[in-house]
Design a protein around this ligand. Structure first.
Ligand code: FEO
Length: 596
């Protein structure tokens, strides 16, 4: 198979494997990818699993027309890719092996030789010229092992991405990419979100047309789709709106409660309810679901003064993969001393940004009136946002929405007649209460000011503490004139026809402009409230909370210069020009402070 004129696929499909990495069920097998780049010099990228020596060597001979390769580039030393290094090096005695120093140390450990006289050690930024193809190497530690080096071919604009962007499944079986790529990602790389985020930042600087991973298909179209999913997964964001119930049940009573809760959630407008019986389902699938959806209910029995083993294993899988940013409800069952809720809370106490529902359902052996009422209360709480989002069930005159205004951060949404727009502001305040009037101040340089001046309407979305940094990047660091800020959002509309955010907000208000006050640089819109909905009880995102908990800490160590207080951008230099504008968030020199 040709990837480009010069790059050929020489990998293999494995349909014999029972469990990948001795733990993951792979119904549709597995592919171990390997590639050849044909140029003045010939390079092979990675070998394959130990069971496919001859098939792989045959593939190489066919692809190279029996010419001897000059290099074997070893991007990753896990044996599913490194098992045939020795066979390759024996067959091609003049070839050199190209890898990171850590990979050579592992080569010695696994195979008894690091090919000291035939090795080329590479590190981040090093290059290797094959002729026309100039390869550069990108360090990707912990994606998925510490020695990993990815390879970028600037000539064909191909990123060889090692395990990243891989999936379970052989290449001769047609199946959806995201499902098995997500299960693979959270099973294998899920712990290393920070490292994957670092990799995505490096990838953003490259002109990539094709991604060649070590598992799964070559990705050559719609790369934004895959990159966006990797960004969500590695930032522990919510990919799909919905609720997962993961449970164990010994005699069926906990299961009954779970089924009742699932029915209630569906009836209250939850867009997707996923139920996993942890003793019987594929554990990797249950883990994937927990990271995919925004809310999780854990239902289990007390067992040996602890919790049921499958639930314990499940929670361990979550915590070791840095589970975070989720809302969790607990259903416990115990006939004499129920304590599962206490154990679960303890197990999750190290997880970042986890909120528990106010209601915990405590069942004594079987559901009764009390525990049934608790189930109803939990369903109501978990679906509060869904109920408030839907026209049919929303309370559209809930003026307690106004109590969500603090010295907070808000997304002001508007529409220019062709496109929805949104802008981050911190200048919203209630100015009268009978009637309710709200003032919103917006910089005239912002496109939203222009739109609202013309249309006279806006929605103020009160961000909650669940909002991740990506929300600020999306709405705050780019202009709606050029960017489609709602491209990745499901669109929900209020009665004035404007969008409100489907997540990360605790309330929104629809405003109609009554008066405009010109402040030269800014304009103040004084508005009446035409609709107000409370979406959740999560705290409002204040400016302080954003600074302390959301904004990434800038890496200033060893640097001289100035750092942007809004987004963390670093300007290196002795003097910051007065007219300097932050290239990331577009704030001026006044928002910078010296490093140190
Ligand atoms: Fe596909 Fe980490 O090996």
């Amino acid at each position: 198979m040709n990837i480009t004129n010069d790059i050929k696929y020489v990998g293999v499909n494995d349909h014999e494997i029972d469990l990948f990495e001795s733990q993951y069920v792979v119904e549709n097998g597995m592919a171990y990818n390997s590639y050849v780049i044909m140029d003045k010099k010939i390079a092979v990228l990675d070998s394959v699993d130990t069971h496919f020596t001859h098939e792989w060597l045959d593939n190489i001979q066919k692809a190279t027309d029996r010419k001897a390769p000059d290099y074997l580039i070893v991007q990753h030393m896990e044996p599913d890719h490194s098992a045939n290094i020795v066979n390759f090096m024996k067959l091609y005695p003049d070839a050199k092996v190209v890898a990171s120093a850590k990979a050579f140390a592992m080569m010695e450990q696994f195979y008894g030789s690091d090919y000291a006289d035939r090795q080329i050690i590479i590190k981040e930024g090093d290059t290797l010229s094959l002729g026309q193809h100039e390869l550069s190497f990108v360090a990707a530690p912990m994606v998925h092992w510490p020695e990993v080096m990815m390879t970028y071919d600037a000539h064909d604009k191909v990123l060889f991405s090692a395990d990243a962007f891989g999936k379970f499944g052989a290449l001769d079986v047609e199946e959806d990419w995201a499902c098995e790529a997500r299960r693979y990602y959270f099973g294998i790389v899920g712990k290393y979100g920070t490292q994957v985020q670092n990799l995505l930042k490096k990838a953003a600087k490259l002109d990539i047309q094709t991604i060649c991973p070590l598992h799964g298909p070559v990705l050559a179209e719609n790369l934004g789709y895959y990159l966006n999913l990797y960004n969500i997964w590695s930032s522990y964001g919510i990919e799909t709106e919905g609720i997962v119930i993961a449970y164990t049940s010994v005699y069926g009573n906990t299961k009954k409660a779970v089924e009742l809760l699932a029915d209630k959630l569906r009836a209250k407008g939850c867009p997707k309810v996923v139920v996993n019986d942890l003793a019987r389902c594929d554990m990797a699938e249950a883990v994937e679901d927990a990271f995919r959806y925004g809310k999780l209910v854990l239902a289990t029995t007390t067992y040996n003064a602890d919790i049921f083993p499958f639930m314990k294993e499940f929670i361990d899988h979550l915590t070791e993969r840095n589970f975070q940013n989720r809302k969790i409800g607990i259903i416990e069952n115990g006939s004499w001393a129920p304590m599962a809720a206490k154990v679960i809370r303890k197990m999750l106490e190290g997880c970042k940004n986890i909120t528990f529902t106010n209601t915990t359902v405590s069942i004594k052996s079987a559901l009764n009136e009390d525990s049934s009422a608790q189930l109803e209360a939990m369903a109501e709480e978990l679906c509060k946002d869904y109920l408030a989002q839907k026209d049919e069930t929303a309370n559209k005159n809930d003026m307690t929405a106004l109590f969500k205004i603090g010295y907070g951060l808000y997304v002001v949404t508007s529409n220019d007649g062709t496109k929805d727009n949104g802008l981050i502001v911190n200048t919203v305040s209630q100015v009268t209460d009978n009637p309710n009037r709200v003032a919103v101040c917006i910089n005239k340089a912002n496109y939203s000011h222009h739109i609202i001046k013309q249309t006279g309407i806006m929605n103020v979305n009160c961000l909650s503490t669940e909002a991740p940094f990506s929300v600020f990047q999306n709405f705050g660091f780019q202009s709606g004139r050029t960017a489609d800020k709602f491209a990745d959002f499901e669109t929900l509309r209020s009665d004035n026809g404007l969008v409100f955010l489907p997540r990360y907000i605790n309330a929104f208000m629809s405003l109609k402009v009554e008066q405009y006050v010109d402040f030269d640089t800014h304009g103040m819109f004084i508005c009446t409230v035409t609709e107000a909905r409370v979406i959740s009880d999560v705290d409002t995102m204040t400016y302080n909370y954003y600074q302390s908990n959301v904004k990434p800490k800038p890496e200033t160590e060893g640097k001289k210069g100035f750092v942007c207080k809004v987004c963390g951008y670093i300007y290196e230099g002795d003097v910051l020009p007065d007219d300097f504008i932050c290239p990331l968030c577009k704030h001026g020199a006044a928002d910078f402070e010296p490093i140190g």
